[in-house]
Design a protein around this ligand. Structure first.
Ligand code: ZN
Length: 277
């Protein structure tokens, strides 16, 4: 299954067409994305036999954030060895977790106004919670997810690194700092759910590339470990970490400037594109 939102309403997506979930289900499923994902098992059953005759052609630029208002947003620091090394840290022994406050979540083509400071890029694969739950076993973890999407963990490094311990969550939560989309692809549609390539381009230059198979803590392990502490709720997002190539570890350091375009891509899912002003 592939799904996203148009004008804040949940739609199934297939071959450039969108099927409005509420309309096509005769109101049995809600339009609001978090509410509809809260009916995950019903949604999956209905989607398998849905009637696509009312589907409409939808240009990709009409798609919004797949989950515009998640209740929880988890994010993982230093989940790729080369990135941990460039940041000057040993690989962590357990996942390092922070949050991007949910008000930073925006859609795939959001324009981002640069705040004061030094704004950096971090392309990430974002896992989207479907059924969710507590104490999810690792071998059941993918069944608790709706799928994956593309995300940018935009980060203002001055605020992020202020104080001891530092302010990871605040420095990564400015307005527009959580672009996501353009759609969620369910695990069964991926060629290999544990090995998905992704990259990020600043203008035409590839600045980051990675594969999810290179994670220190793979997606299923993140779900298992997070769910020992938190109830994972339908629509929650997990930013799963960024590979090497961020701007503040370059020589000389490089940060986003007004007028620049950042494109982030995940294989088999699509791309998001941010213009900075
Ligand atoms: Zn990150």
């Amino acid at each position: 299954m592939k799904f996203g939102t148009v004008d804040g309403r949940l739609v199934l997506l297939r071959d450039g067409r969108a099927l409005d979930v509420e309309h096509a289900s005769d109101g049995r499923l809600p339009a609001e994305p978090t509410a509809a994902l809260g009916r995950w098992d019903d949604l999956v059953v209905w989607a398998a036999g849905a009637d696509w005759t009312s589907a409409q052609e939808i240009p990709v630029h009409r798609l919004g954030a797949p989950v515009p208002h998640p209740r929880q947003v988890f994010a993982i620091a230093l989940n790729y060895r080369p990135h941990a090394a460039e940041a000057g840290f040993e690989p962590p022994e357990s996942p390092l977790v922070f949050t991007k406050f949910p008000s930073c979540i925006v859609g795939p083509l959001a324009e981002v106004r640069l705040p004061a400071g030094k704004v950096d890029w971090e392309v990430e694969v974002v896992a989207v919670v479907g059924r969710g739950g507590r104490e999810i076993a690792r071998d059941q973890a993918w069944e608790a997810l709706a799928g994956i999407t593309v995300g940018q963990d935009l980060s203002e490094r001055v605020l992020q690194l202020t104080g001891t311990p530092a302010q990871f969550s605040l420095g990564k939560s400015h307005r527009g700092f959580g672009p996501t989309g353009p759609m969620v692809v369910s695990p069964d549609e991926l060629v290999d759910r544990d090995d998905v390539g992704f990259e990020c381009l600043l203008g035409d230059e590839v600045v980051q590339s990675g594969r999810t198979s290179e994670m220190i803590f793979p997606i299923d392990e993140l779900v298992a470990r997070l769910s020992t502490v938190c109830l994972l709720l339908p629509g929650d997002l997990i930013f799963t970490g960024t590979p090497a190539g961020v701007g503040n570890r370059r020589t000389p350091p490089r940060f986003l400037q007004p007028g620049e375009i950042l494109t982030s891509r995940v294989e088999q899912v699509g791309e998001i594109r941010q213009h900075f002003v």
